[in-house]
Ligand binder design. Structure first.
Ligand SMILES: NC(=O)c1ccc[n+]([C@@H]2O[C@H](COP(=O)([O-])OP(=O)(O)OC[C@H]3O[C@@H](n4cnc5c(N)ncnc54)[C@H](O)[C@@H]3O)[C@@H](O)[C@H]2O)c1
Length: 272
């Protein structure tokens, strides 16, 4: 057992989309440490170096399904894997996401549709695929099953030249409230909440900063890290494990009275 692990998710099965890197990977690590069985999905081939290394690190309680969150048939494959190997699902983290920045008049139709497909369609399709099995699985646990949709502070407040990402993450926030009320109205044992990270040190953020550097908006990525840290009340970026701690809370029975809510983990960014 890891030193983090209290085994408070023992007996539970979790699926994390985009689980190979960043916040998703941190969720996988935390859920495993808490005793859950975890299915991770991502774009990489099952026999790729990244997947082989991840499964070797995570051990036998983890398994991998290649699934593009924008493809309904891939979600079906993930659902079939969960049913065949576990027969139940208690925790779904719709985490996979991407970004897109730039002046609105420079955004292409293709870029807009891509970010909506990954960030919005992906969350919808993942939810749709797993609601029946989660409704059946959630009845045995206090607080029931838990859907955690990863939005962003950019789903709460706007930012210049981030309009497409703002729109996608705002959609995740409101979709989550809609399903939360639907499940509650029907007495289904599934809670749904959105998680709103601030700036987190992950490959996505690093690639985004590199693009700003490449476009001439900054001299080096470290300048952007320092700028963001300087504008964050806590004075630094987040570590992915700090988001995984929040996801664990939403997954566990400690959040049993919480549904349709927003959990903001942003070092104070949106309090300003
Ligand atoms: N890093 C941040 O500062 C930050 C802030 C707020 C919100 N978020 C959100 O957190 C989530 C995770 O972000 P991250 O920073 O860990 O990103 P990341 O790029 O570091 O990791 C995301 C993972 O998702 C996978 N992925 C991308 N597209 C996919 C698809 N179509 N199907 C399946 N998997 C796909 C990637 O391969 C990658 O492994 C995203 O939804 C992101 O928008 C991140």
């Amino acid at each position: 057992m890891s030193e983090l692990g209290s085994q408070r998710l023992k007996g539970r099965v979790a699926l994390v989309s985009g689980g190979l890197r960043g916040i998703g990977e941190a969720c996988v690590v935390r859920f495993l440490a808490e005793g859950a069985e975890v299915v991770l999905t991502d774009l990489d081939a099952p026999d790729s170096e990244a997947v082989t290394a991840a499964l070797a690190r995570h051990g036998q309680a983890a398994s991998y399904v290649r699934a593009d969150v924008t493809r309904a048939e891939d979600w079906e494959r993930a659902r079939a894997h969960v049913e065949a190997h576990h027969g139940r699902l208690h925790i779904l983290v719709n985490n996979a996401g991407t970004d897109l920045t730039g002046p609105v008049e420079s955004l292409t139709d293709e870029g807009w549709r891509r970010i909506m497909a990954i960030n919005v369609d992906g969350v919808f399709m993942g939810t749709r695929a797993f609601v029946p099995i989660m409704a059946a699985s959630g009845a045995n646990f206090k607080g029931g099953a838990s859907i955690i949709n990863v939005s962003s502070i950019m789903g709460l407040v706007g930012m210049s030249e981030v309009s497409a990402y703002n729109a996608s993450k705002g959609a995740v926030r409101m979709f989550t409230k809609g399903i939360a009320l639907e499940f509650a109205a029907k007495g289904m044992p599934i809670r749904a909440n959105s998680l709103h990270p601030g700036f987190v040190t992950t490959p996505l953020l690093q690639q985004g900063f590199q693009r700003w550097v490449d476009s001439g908006a900054a001299e080096k990525a470290q300048d952007l890290v320092d700028m963001v840290a300087g504008r964050t009340p806590i004075g630094r970026l987040a570590d992915p494990s700090e988001l995984a701690a929040a996801a664990f809370f939403l997954a566990s029975e400690d959040s049993s009275y919480m549904t349709g809510a927003e959990l903001v983990i942003d070092g104070g960014w949106t309090a300003q």
